[in-house]
Ligand binder design. Structure first.
Ligand code: FE2
Length: 236
């Protein structure tokens, strides 16, 4: 049993500057070649890769030619661009499996997955699965690994248990699950520390006083800080 990697939104063949430009390429050909090269530079044939959707767009022959070149046992959780027809094509490759639904006229959206002491929910779309106030430890949360947003940041709205595995925030390379866990643990620590920093509280207090926007990202961390500041105010 090899190692576990995650990725999403390879978008092979998606000939649009807004896709390959922000990823640092000047053409889709350059993009697709780099994605394949990067993938195979880290993934060995006996490794497992969970691909959280949107494998390819436009020309299916080209997309399949790219998919065929990728190392590893690949498990695909469908994204919005993975049509029924494409899902059938993916399944023709011996090292590729596709998450399926047994319900009529539906597509399976995600899976629960236990690894080490952590519980994950893997899905193409970001999904709110927990709240930060619950516990300061990563293992206390249902961790969402997601794609779809094409964001440059690894976290969804700064939430330390919602990790973007997509190409855009991971140098167009699949992420090792163990590395993602370490990054999330560090971020969780930072968030918890932030809750205790008086300076942070004072800054947010200033915002509250001036009627500014307290929760710019709508993330739990800011909501929590704002709530604490308000409670401090109500005591004085
Ligand atoms: Fe998508």
């Amino acid at each position: 049993m090899g190692r576990i990697f995650l990725t999403s939104d390879t978008h092979f063949g998606h000939d649009r500057e807004f896709l390959y430009g922000p990823r640092g390429f000047s053409s889709i050909q350059e993009h697709d070649e780099a994605v394949i090269r990067n993938w195979n530079s880290v993934v060995q044939p006996d490794d497992t890769v969970y691909h959280l959707g949107d494998v390819m767009l436009n020309d299916n022959d080209h997309g399949m030619d790219c998919l065929k070149q990728l190392n590893g046992n690949i498990y695909i959780i469908p994204g919005n661009h993975d049509t029924k027809n494409r899902l059938e094509l993916y399944k023709t490759l011996p090292n590729v499996k596709v998450l399926e639904s047994n319900f009529p006229d539906t597509v399976a959206a995600g899976i629960y997955f236990k690894y080490r002491k952590y519980l994950f929910y893997m899905s193409h779309h970001p999904t709110m699965t927990s709240n930060l106030e619950k516990d300061p430890y990563l293992k206390a949360h249902l961790i969402n690994l997601f794609g779809h947003t094409h964001q440059q940041k690894q976290f969804y709205n700064d939430i330390p248990f919602m990790f973007h595995v997509g190409m855009d925030s991971n140098n167009c390379t699949p992420v090792l699950l163990d590395d993602a866990i370490e990054i999330m643990r560090e971020e969780m620590k930072k968030c918890i520390d932030m809750l205790d920093i008086e300076e942070t509280l004072a800054n947010v207090a200033e915002e509250v006083r001036e009627g500014g926007e307290v929760c710019p990202t709508q993330s739990n961390i800011w909501t929590t800080i704002a709530r604490r500041v308000k409670s401090l105010f109500s005591k004085t």
